[in-house]
Design a protein around this ligand. Structure first.
Ligand code: GLU
Length: 294
């Protein structure tokens, strides 16, 4: 167990039911927490209310329960925590500035694309809004290329050493969106800190966000958790398995098989299990053999 006492979490977005891809992240975070003698918390990431599907949050919580994964504390719901994100934004002071650029204007500046597909922001509104421009978003200023703090490094427990140049690869990033919603990057950092999370275990699609989150933690005076990004389940077309491309809800009449498929993707051999109890024994032993000391 880490010196601070391990606290892990699973943070699904309620944009549909739990599917085979999100189960992989849930399972990995649960196994890592248990194999460190730690606690595991659930958080509903419904901060982007445009993507929330009615009933999905309850459905995810009950599906996890049916698979023996229960939150060790109250389930945090992001849409109820807007005042916490606003308070964090206040603490960031002038590091955050209003930006009046549209997506098209940013794309036209041709600085290239960040690895998450968004155009890199050229810093147009850094020194203030040009006359006639109206604030659309709030952006966080990152250190200039080559300045201290611009290169963020971390040791991912699955993928090894990672680094990202914030100015060159991301640019000043959005903390409050044009529709008024707080951005995921801000909400996740505030919530991980306020839930006392020591270890983030999640899908590799979020690897690219980690440097931004570490930078925000440093500005807000929060500790940086350890990170472990697990492989993504891909569909036959080689795309991330997601609700957007038609992933089906899990088949809860076959819980052991669903769990085994997720464990298999994590490289854990649980094929001998014929019951849920046996599955958990095998999966925990296999995970602990690989990660308990990392
Ligand atoms: N809510 C995010 C998702 O469902 C996960 C965020 C995280 O684990 O940091 O993809």
């Amino acid at each position: 167990m880490s010196a601070r006492g391990y606290v892990g979490r699973f943070a699904p977005s309620p944009s549909g039911p739990l599917h085979a891809g999100s189960l992989v992240a849930a399972l990995a975070s649960w196994l890592d927490a248990r194999s460190h003698g730690g606690s595991w918390l659930l958080r509903i990431e419904d901060i982007d209310e445009t993507r929330t599907v009615a009933g999905a949050a309850d459905d995810i919580v009950s599906t996890l329960s049916a698979l023996d994964m229960h939150s060790d504390g109250p389930v945090l719901v992001q849409s109820q925590r807007r005042s916490r994100y606003a308070a964090a934004r206040e603490r960031l002071g002038p590091a955050v500035y209003p930006c009046g650029c549209s997506r098209k204007e940013i794309a036209d500046s041709r600085l290239g694309l960040a690895s998450d597909g968004a155009a890199i922001y050229p810093g147009t509104c850094r020194a203030g809004l040009a006359p006639g421009k109206i604030a659309r978003t709030q952006r966080l200023r990152v250190p200039e290329a080559g300045q201290a703090g611009e290169l963020v490094r971390f040791d991912d427990r699955w993928l090894g050493l990672q680094q990202q140049h914030l100015a060159r690869e991301v640019g000043d990033f959005v903390l409050q969106r044009a529709d008024g919603f707080w951005a995921y990057q801000l909400a996740v950092v505030v919530d991980d800190a306020e839930q006392g999370v020591t270890d983030v275990v999640r899908g590799a699609d979020l690897l690219d966000s980690t440097a931004r989150q570490i930078y925000l933690q440093s500005l807000l005076g929060y500790p940086t958790p350890r990170y472990l990004h697990v492989p993504l389940l891909m569909n036959a077309q080689g795309e991330k398995f997601s609700k957007q491309n038609g992933a089906q809800a899990l088949d809860l009449s076959r819980p052991v098989q669903e769990l085994q498929r997720a464990a298999g993707l994590l490289g854990l051999d649980t094929t001998a299990a014929t019951s849920r109890e046996r599955f958990w024994e095998l999966a925990l032993a296999a995970w602990a053999a690989r990660f308990a000391r990392r």
